[in-house]
Design a protein around this ligand. Structure first.
Ligand SMILES: [Zn+2]
Length: 145
């Protein structure tokens, strides 16, 4: 037991002392922002640019639905945004959630006869304008399947 622990500890120390490999270096994304080279090699762009690409796939109205889903509208004070996290669509309306779901901003929830619940994901909450605290509230409300 002690021996195994010692070995793990030595291994850990060896890793900690290693110089960062080329993929741990920081490089610049095309947008000018610094990002880990590993990320740029893998995705070709930084997190911000990837998020912007995902947002760009949304159509007019998609964002409105996302905001409505989490109560991030003018009807509620900003401090209460995230007071809900659900949106119920009938079969015909379902297509409206295809783009936000494909972009990772919404997920499918419970299915009812002819109806389908959708919930905002963490990135979906952010895109809808929620801060960290209110996103956490909204995510705790998004009924788990
Ligand atoms: Zn970028």
């Amino acid at each position: 037991m002690h021996h195994a622990l010692g070995r793990a500890e030595r291994q850990h120390r060896a890793i900690a002392n290693e110089k960062p490999g080329p993929l741990l270096e920081t490089k610049r994304c095309a947008c000018g922002k610094a990002a880990p080279a590993r990320l740029l090699v893998h995705y070709g762009k930084c997190h911000g640019c990837r998020l912007a690409d995902r947002i760009a796939t949304l159509h007019d109205g998609d964002l409105h639905i996302l905001r409505h889903m989490v109560g991030a509208t003018d009807h509620h004070p900003r401090a209460r945004w995230g007071l809900r996290n659900e949106y119920l669509l009938n079969r015909r309306e379902r297509a409206a959630m295809e783009r936000p779901a494909a972009a990772g901003f919404a997920r499918v929830g419970t299915a009812l006869p002819q109806l389908q619940y959708f919930h905002a994901t963490d990135p979906g909450c952010r895109v809808a304008g929620l801060d960290t605290k209110r996103s956490r509230v909204a995510l705790s409300l998004g009924a788990q399947p």
